[in-house]
Structures are given as C-alpha cells and as structure tokens.
Design a protein around this ligand. Structure first.
Ligand code: DGP
Length: 117
C-alpha cells in the first residue's frame, strides 16, 4: 500500500489549498511555489504514486485529467495563448511529491521544455 502524501490531505480538505476545481475523480489546486503566472496541479483523487504505478484501470481517470486541464485552462484565461502540461516521474524526472499529478503552466511564454545541459 503506497504511502499518502500531503496531496491526499488537500483532496480531503484537511489542509488548506487554493482548489480551483474538484469532482469525484480529480482535484485541481494552485501550486504553492508557482513557476508561471498560472501554475495549477491536477491530481487524481485516488493515490497513484508515479506514472510507473499506472495500470489499465486508471485509463478513465487519467483521460479525465486532460478534460479537466482543458476546462481549467479556459477558466484561467490561458487556453487561447497556450500552456504546458507536465508530469514528472521519479527522481530523474524531478518528482517531489509521490502522488501522480499534472502541472498546468501558463500565462507567459515558457522556456525550452528541459534545461539544456
Ligand atoms: P513535482 O516536482 O512534479 O513532484 O511537483 C510537486 C509540486 O507540488 C511542486 O511544484 C510544489 C507543489 N507542492 C508541494 N507541496 C505543496 C502543498 O502543500 N500545497 C500546494 N498547493 N502545492 C504543493
């Protein structure tokens, strides 16, 4: 059984976060350390630690993450100019919180996709 992270507490509203969208499948809230004018995390309510833990059972909820991303981007006013969706996996991917999440970044022209070596 995977260990819960702070994101489970945010989803259950046990600790505060700026939640911009929630339904029975996913929760979206503002990143505490924003890297762009709009920086929102879209998280499955179910704990899936990393992309490595994804199974066929998760197809519906992971597809729903994109549906919610599009809705949140509209609501935030970044849809027209564009934005970036990002999922980090594991230590080389730079994942800090082991509850799978999609970053939605926008509101300015973003730099290159990865830092060049
Ligand atoms: P990642 O590196 O992909 O695991 O991104 C984790 C993000 O989660 C990071 O951008 C900061 C954010 N974060 C960590 N703890 C909290 C928290 O308690 N509240 C909120 N709103 N965001 C958090």
């Amino acid at each position: 059984m995977a260990e819960e992270t702070i994101f489970s507490k945010i989803i259950r509203k046990e600790i505060p976060a700026d939640i911009v969208y929630q339904d029975e499948w996913v929760t979206a809230f503002r990143d505490i350390n924003p890297q762009a004018p709009t920086h929102i995390l879209i998280v499955p309510n179910k704990l899936i630690p990393t992309v490595n833990d994804v199974t066929a059972e998760d197809e519906q909820v992971l597809g729903h993450l994109f549906v919610v991303a599009a809705k949140v981007a509209q609501n935030e006013g970044v849809a027209e100019n564009g934005y970036r969706l990002l999922v980090n996996c594991g230590s080389h991917g730079g994942q800090e919180v082991y509850h799978l999440h999609m970053h939605l970044l926008g509101g300015r022209r973003l730099g290159p996709m990865v830092v060049r070596k």
